[in-house]
Design a protein around this ligand. Structure first.
Ligand code: C2E
Ligand code: CA
Ligand code: CA
Length: 422
C-alpha cells in the first residue's frame, strides 16, 4: 500500500481462535462465526490456546475466563508477554458479571468483555468491531514501515536500524566470532581476530559493514567498542587457561577512529587486559589508515602510550587508502594487514611491494582473505609474511566452534608427533 492511500477495512475470512472448556459454548460460537465466513479454530484449555495462538496467529481470540488449570487471565497475561502473540486482541467471555472481574480482564490486556449467557448478535457485533480495529491497526503499521523506509531513503538515515542498534548496545546483545590467524609455514593457530556479529529477531543478521558506520555516526561505537574489548580479552583469557599448550595466543581487536579520540580508551583497554589476566603483548589493536592520518596529535600520544605498555598496533586494510608513507612512519605501528582485495585480484606485484616496505620499516605483515592454496603459495614466495588469515584456514566462528577447531588442531599435531617418533 502506498503511504498516502486511505486504508480500506476488510475483515472477510479473518481468523478467530475460540477458547472455552465447555463443548456446548464452543459449538455454538463456532457455528455462528463460521456462518459469517470467519475461519474458526477452537481450544479447550489455556495451554492449548497458547500454542495455537503462536502457531496460527489468529486475528482475534475469544477467551473464556473460568477454565480448569490455567484460567483466562493467566492465558491473556502469557499472550501479552510473548513477542509473537502480544498484538492479538483478546475478547473475554465470562459468566460472572461482577465489576472486579471486568477490571481484571482489562488490566491483563483484554480489549473487551462479554457476559454469559451471551446474545449471539452482541458477540458478532463486538467481534466485527475488534476485527475492523485490528485490520486498521495492521494497515497503519504497514504504512508506518513504508513511510520510515521512504524517509530513510531520502535522508540516508535508517531510523529503524538506529533504534534497534541503540537497544542492542544497551542490552549487550552482540556476539563475537573469532577468525584464526595462523603461522603460514606451520599453519598452526597463533591468534584470533574478534569480529562482531548481530542477529536481530525482526531484521535478521545485520552485517558489521552496515551497522559499524551507523554506530560511528551516532556515537554508539564507544559503549559498543568497550564491550568488544572487554569481551574479546575475557575470551582470550579463558582460552589461554583452558588450552595450556597455547599460552601465547594473541587477540586482534578492531578499533574505530572515534574510539582513538576517547580519553577513556587507554584506561579500559588496560583494565580489560588485567581483568582477563593477559599480558599486554597478547593484545593487538587494528585501526585503519584513515584513522591514523586524519587524526591529530592526541592520537599519536594514545598510540605511543599503548605501545609503551606492549600492546601492538596494526594497520587494517593496508594499501587501499592513501597513506602518506612518511606520516605512517611517524606512528608506532608494528603490523600491516594487507587488504584482502589485493589477494583476491592476484595483484602479487603490489603484495610483494607492501611486504618489502614492511620489512624495511621493521613491521610485521599479515595478508588477509587467503582463500585458496594457490594464493597461499604466491604469498609464501614473498618470504616476508609470517602470519596470515582467510577462509583457506578457517572462517570466523562462534566460541564453541572455535574451541572445537583448537581441539582438532591439537589432536592432529600430537598424532603427527607420534607418527614422527615411530
Ligand atoms: P575487517 O576488519 O577487514 O575484517 C575482515 C573481514 O573479512 C571480516 O568480515 C571477515 O569475516 C572477512 N573475511 C575473513 N577471511 C576472509 C576470506 O578469506 N574471504 C573473504 N571474502 N572474506 C574474509 P566481517 O566479519 O563481515 O567484518 C567486516 C568489517 O566490519 C571488518 O573488516 C571490520 O572493519 C568491521 N568490524 C567487525 N567487527 C568489528 C568490531 O568489533 N569493531 C569495529 N570497529 N569494527 C568491526
Ligand atoms: Ca580487521
Ligand atoms: Ca581487514
Amino acid at each position: 500500500m502506498n503511504s498516502n492511500q486511505v486504508p480500506t477495512v476488510s475483515i472477510q475470512g479473518s481468523s478467530i481462535l475460540v477458547v472455552d472448556d465447555t463443548p456446548n459454548n464452543l459449538y455454538l460460537l463456532t457455528q455462528t462465526l463460521e456462518r459469517q465466513s470467519y475461519q474458526v479454530r477452537t481450544a479447550i484449555s489455556g495451554r492449548m490456546a497458547l500454542s495455537m495462538a503462536e502457531m496460527y496467529l489468529p486475528d482475534l481470540i475469544l477467551l473464556d475466563i473460568r477454565m480448569p488449570g490455567m484460567d483466562g487471565y493467566e492465558v491473556c497475561t502469557k499472550l501479552k508477554e510473548n513477542p509473537i502473540t502480544w498484538e492479538i486482541p483478546v475478547l473475554f467471555i465470562s459468566a460472572s458479571g461482577d465489576v472486579a472481574g471486568k477490571v481484571a480482564a482489562f488490566s491483563v490486556g483484554g480489549v473487551d468483555y462479554i457476559n454469559k449467557p451471551f446474545e449471539l448478535i452482541e458477540v458478532l457485533a463486538r467481534v466485527e468491531t475488534h476485527l475492523k480495529m485490528r485490520s486498521l491497526q495492521k494497515q497503519l503499521q504497514a504504512q508506518n514501515i513504508s513511510l520510515q523506509k521512504e524517509i530513510s531513503e531520502i535522508s540516508g538515515f535508517n531510523h529503524q536500524l538506529c533504534d534497534a542498534l541503540r537497544l542492542n548496545v544497551q542490552r549487550q546483545g552482540f556476539e563475537l566470532y573469532y577468525q584464526p590467524i595462523v603461522n603460514l609455514l606451520t599453519e598452526r593457530v597463533e591468534g584470533f581476530e574478534a569480529l562482531i556479529r548481530w542477529y536481530d529477531p525482526k531484521l535478521g543478521f545485520i552485517s558489521p559493514i552496515e551497522f559499524i558506520p551507523l554506530a560511528e555516526s551516532t556515537g554508539l561505537i564507544l559503549p559498543l567498542g568497550e564491550w568488544v574489548i572487554a569481551e574479546a580479552t575475557k575470551q582470550l583469557g579463558i582460552w589461554v587457561r583452558k588450552f595450556t599448550h597455547l599460552p601465547n595466543l594473541t587477540i586482534n581487536i578492531n578499533v574505530s577512529a572515534k574510539q582513538l579520540s576517547d580519553p577513556n580508551l587507554v584506561d579500559y583497554v588496560c583494565q580489560s587486559i588485567r581483568d582477563a589476566n593477559l599480558s599486554f603483548s597478547q593484545v593487538r589493536l587494528e585501526i585503519t589508515e584513515s584513522a591514523v592520518i586524519e587524526n591529530q596529535e592526541n592520537v599519536i600520544k594514545v598510540l605511543e602510550l599503548l605501545t609503551s605498555l606492549g600492546i601492538k598496533i596494526c594497520i587494517d586494510d593496508f594499501g587501499i587508502g592513501y597513506s602518506s608513507l612518511r606520516r605512517l612512519h611517524d606512528f608506532p605501528i608494528s603490523i600491516l594487514k594487507i587488504d584482502q582485495s589485493f589477494i583476491r585480484n592476484g595483484e602479487w606485484v603490489i603484495v610483494n611491494a607492501i611486504c618489502q616496505l614492511a620489512k624495511a620499516l621493521k613491521m610485521e605483515v599479515v595478508p588477509e582473505g587467503i582463500e585458496t592454496k594457490e594464493q597461499l603459495e604466491k604469498i609464501l614466495e614473498t618470504e616476508a609474511c609470517d602470519r596470515g588469515q582467510g577462509y583457506h584456514f578457517a572462517k570466523p566462528m562462534p566460541v564453541l566452534a572455535t574451541e572445537a577447531y583448537i581441539e582438532k588442531a591439537r589432536k592432529r599435531d600430537s598424532q603427527k608427533a607420534e607418527n614422527n617418533n615411530v
